[in-house]
Each structure stands twice: as C-alpha cells, then as structure tokens.
Design a protein around this ligand. Structure first.
Ligand code: ZN
Length: 74
C-alpha cells in the first residue's frame, strides 16, 4: 500500500518567502525555524497553517518562560 498524500503542507516564511514544509497536524503556536534565513517563527493560525514572526514575551500556554526576578536597584 502506497500513501500518495504526504502529511505535510507548505507554508511560506514571512521573512524570505521561502517555502517551509510543516506537518499537517502541527499545533498552533508551534515554533518553526526557517531553514533558509533561520528566522524564529511560530504557527499563528491553522487550516491552513500560517507562520509569523515568533514574538518573544507573549506567553501562550507554555510555561517554559520564567519571569526574571525584579532587580532591586539601589
Ligand atoms: Zn526565511
């Protein structure tokens, strides 16, 4: 049995417009790095997937980012 339909879809890098293939089942807000210009991107929309620049500081639902402690400047 041969699967003709690849489970990937083509999206476009907003920086260099290079085609990037991502899994069709990619999650929203999943980080993607452009293989051409190495720009940090993320999936901002699904069906079809759309990439935009990764916006640091926006906490979607991952708790990997730790808030730096407030520096008490004397
Ligand atoms: Zn790019």
């Amino acid at each position: 049995m041969i699967w003709y339909r690849p489970d990937v879809v083509k999206v476009r890098c907003p920086e260099c417009l290079a085609p990037i293939w991502v899994r069709e089942s990619i999650a929203q807000w999943a980080p993607v790095t452009c293989p051409e210009c190495h720009t940090a991107l993320e999936v901002i929309s699904l069906n079809p997937p759309v990439l935009d620049y990764l916006q640091a500081g926006i906490d979607h639902d991952d708790s990997d980012h730790s808030i730096p402690p407030a520096t008490g400047a004397s």
